[in-house]
Write a protein that binds this ligand. Sequence first.
Ligand code: GLN
Length: 481
Amino acid sequence: MNLKISALEFAQQVQSGNLSAEEFVAETIQRIQKIDDNLHAFLSVNDDAINQARTIDKKIKSGDKVGACFGMPISIKDNMCIKNSKTTCASKMLENFVAPYDATVITKLKQQDAIFIGKVNMDEFAMGLSTEFSAFGPSKNPWNTDYVPGGSSGGSAVSVSAFECVASLGSDTGGSVRNPASFCSVVGYKPTYGLISRYGLISYANSIEQIGPLTRTVKDTAFMLNMIAGLDSNDNTTIDNKNEDYLSGIDSGIEGKKIGIITEMIGEGIDPTVLSATKDAISKLEGLGATCEEVSLGMVKYSVAAYYTITATEAGSNLARYDNLRYGYEFPVEGYEFNSYISKSRQKFGPEVKRRMIIGGFVPSAGHAGKYFLKAMKVKSKLTKEINEAFKKFDLLIAPTVPILPFKIGEKIDDPVSLFLVDINTVTANLTGKPAISVPYTMSNGLPIGIQLFANSNQDKLLLQAAHALESTVKLPEVPI
Ligand code: GLN
């Protein structure tokens, strides 16, 4: 059986009776059993998935109404709640936490007859970009298992690229969907802020993060958005997308579109192979009738500092609930007074989460807030102004998704600042709320390079059109696993 089909192909084939959802899901699980000891994309696998797929096949045979996913196996980053399933955030703190409710994205996908094949690995509480900060061990890049798959949604990207599912959901606070998508050669999408409900996504930095799909094609991303985007009364930051159909008009091309190349994202620190891939992509887009020219967003150089200041502050407050009294693992309270009990319980957090919580306690504190937090908020609003100006002149912006190639597991783990800097090209979309997508573009020495496109707020449809146009200019090899 061919597991290497797109989400759209899967849905069409199952609907028409040419493919059995049960057989496909069973074979996918066999593949997970065979290769995932090595890749470690999955933290848990749904042992009822085959039964669920069988039910879908039966419904199709008897002519009952079936949702648009037709039993499609989808993996879910382990920071989204699925009722009665473990949701660990790849943290020892939530190792045994069973979610009591469904996230809105899960409810919506269930209504469309998706099957959740399993929960996938991530950096603990989504803090990181290599999946090395998972408390349960790193995931590996299927293109070369000595290398990181990116993160924090590393398990999502690995599972899609290694054909252990058809599509995945990740979350993107500062690049966590786009970065692993780029490192694993899949499509990764960060929508306009508010397009997808965050209800049931365990918060890291909720003012800027979004759930986003990771898929094999841009059309599959549009398909997933059709399922999960839109207003939700449980998340009052969601926007009404009027049930937009993201697939319609996706083939329209980019003739006549103006594309700005972000100067600060192709400068200092960029790997020469990544730069030449970007230049190549730009000339392809010009070949399709777009015009490209450089545009400067001066605030980009402060964006990483502002991003880590703001996100640590929000994380400090969001993670304060893990005091072992409401959630967490068990140990008795006897013999402790309140503070020592809580500080002992927090020893369960890994090193990166501890670092963020310490920074997050310090930067907004009395006497320091003006110097750090408020300054970071100024950078955020100036950057937003700059990008809004740029979108008066350009329809789209372009940059590499990540300035460097995937690196070796262990190579940067002891140097958090060098890790932070890898986010330079992704955090702008989060700080400004704009949609951005990583499209697999080329390979260098067997390692993938992704190209990133940005659009103005609520121009998600245009962004997908452009990404699809870019995607159609490339032919990439198949994962060697
Ligand atoms: N690397 C960034 C961080 O650690 C991005 C994480 C994310 O998008 N969740 O915060």
